[in-house]
Ligand binder design. Structure first.
Ligand code: SAH
Ligand code: SF4
Length: 412
């Protein structure tokens, strides 16, 4: 913790207008499984014997080379490119705003075109660079239907689920903006070695509850971890859930990525209040699902997220009960200093209390890193995300910044 929070207002980089706005009318090829892509091509007249080869070509251009324009596909015949252009889209969403925090965290506000009769929607995606790795925090829904009382997103109603394409587009766009795709002059088929990538990890920890949008999240994550495409290792992809128990079982069986649980309380009574889905799936069921998560070992642990709320869940008794509750589960406990947002009644626990809590959990044998708040100055930290339609009015923002300067953000 550096204490350097004097300059709180970030550089705001407006991108100056729409960037390749995706078309709602033309179906997207991004976010389709190989089979679905093959069917889509066959329906537009691609001969059956060519379909597999064309899908492999497109897969490489879209996911390895990161192109967002059919004309860049130089080994595809002109006729074929015209057909693709006339019928499909691989465009990126519009960047409404790109902000860069003092600590290097980047936040994009993205706008997706309407689906059906709906309106355009906006979501936030956050990139967090760290020593030796870079993590992209991806949204799964616009808003959230759950109402965890300490979460800013929870104050925004659910607008809709994101499609698999919209979930993946967040990754593609971040890689574009970070220069994380190979240059055009790199030979066809070449990949950036994973050690040299800017985005090495992804976390489904943005807006929304990913397990309330299971199918699209599953499709997107299976494409993101496909070895012939984006090629992220499943060990570097973490899905965070507030505790949708039936889908935790399915996540283990059908997706196989790392799991994080937003725990935040160790007694049902308190968790019912902080994370209301607990009323439907109480702690006992949640912990059972965690114990059953496939492939757990010391090298493959579940992360339990625990937001530190002053006077609410931060006592030593809580720490003791936490250790008891997780007994026998290969676990890491991620202590998250509460990130304030305008209008909240919660406060972050004192730094000493967080350290005492962490030490207790640590001495019981659990890794208990305290998550350094990142990008707080641009409201990019956990639980601070909201979409443009619900963003702070200017007066609210100024009041918020004043509050941060007055000391609530001193541990940044
Ligand atoms: N809906 C999913 C994923 C998104 S939230 C979930 O709840 O797990 C990502 C993490 O940020 C969760 O652990 C969430 O509980 C936490 N979080 C939410 N609001 C927060 C806040 N104001 N300060 C710190 N962490 C917060
Ligand atoms: Fe939704 Fe997660 Fe926020 Fe709860 S913590 S309201 S589940 S985004």
């Amino acid at each position: 913790m550096s204490g350097e929070s004097a300059v709180l207002v970030s550089d705001v980089v407006k991108t100056g207008g729409p960037v390749r706005l995706g078309s709602a009318e033309k179906p997207m090829l991004i976010g389709l499984t190989r089979e679905e892509m093959g069917t889509a091509l066959a329906e537009k007249g691609v001969p059956e014997r060519q379909v597999k080869m064309r899908v492999a070509q497109l897969w490489n251009w879209i996911y390895v080379r990161g192109v967002s324009d059919f004309d860049a596909m130089t080994n595809v015949s002109k006729d074929m490119r015209e057909m693709l252009k006339a019928n499909f889209s691989i465009a990126r969403p519009e960047i409404v705003e790109e902000q860069i925090s003092n600590d290097g965290t980047r936040k994009w506000l993205l706008r997706f075109p309407p689906r059906g009769a709906g309106r355009p929607v906006e979501v936030e995606t956050v990139y967090i660079p760290e020593e030796g790795r870079g993590t992209l925090c991806i949204s799964s829904q616009v808003g959230c239907s759950l109402t965890c009382t300490f979460c800013h997103t929870g104050t925004q109603r659910l607008v809709r689920n994101l499609t698999a394409e919209e979930i993946l587009s967040q990754l593609l766009l971040a890689r574009d903006r970070l220069g994380d795709f190979p240059d055009r002059d790199v030979p066809q088929g070449a990949m950036i070695p994973s050690s040299d990538r800017k985005v090495t990890n992804i976390v489904m920890m943005g807006m929304g509850e990913p397990l309330y949008n299971f199918e699209s999240v599953k499709t997107a994550l299976l494409i993101a971890t496909d070895g012939d495409g984006l090629s992220l290792s499943k060990r570097r992809v973490t899905l965070s859930t507030s505790g949708v128990v039936p889908e935790i079982y399915r996540t283990g069986e059908e997706i196989g990525v790392m799991l994080a649980i937003s725990l935040h309380a160790v007694r049902d009574e308190l968790r019912d209040m902080l994370v209301p889905i607990n009323k439907k799936y109480p702690l006992k069921e949640l912990i059972e699902a965690c114990r059953a998560y496939p492939g757990l070992s010391n090298a493959r642990r579940i992360t339990f997220e625990y937001v530190m709320l002053k006077g609410v869940n931060d006592s030593l008794e809580d720490a003791r009960d936490l250790v008891k509750l997780l007994k026998g589960i290969p676990a890491k406990i991620n202590l998250i200093p509460f990130n304030p947002w305008p209008g909240t009644n919660y406060q972050c626990s004192d730094w000493e209390t967080i350290e005492t809590f962490a030490e207790f959990v640590n001495s019981a044998g659990y890794a208990s890193p305290i998550r350094t708040p990142r990008g707080r100055d641009i409201l990019a930290a956990c639980g601070q995300l909201k979409s443009e339609s619900e963003r702070m009015r200017k007066t609210e923002r100024l009041a918020f910044e004043a509050m941060m300067i007055a000391g609530h953000g001193e541990d940044d």
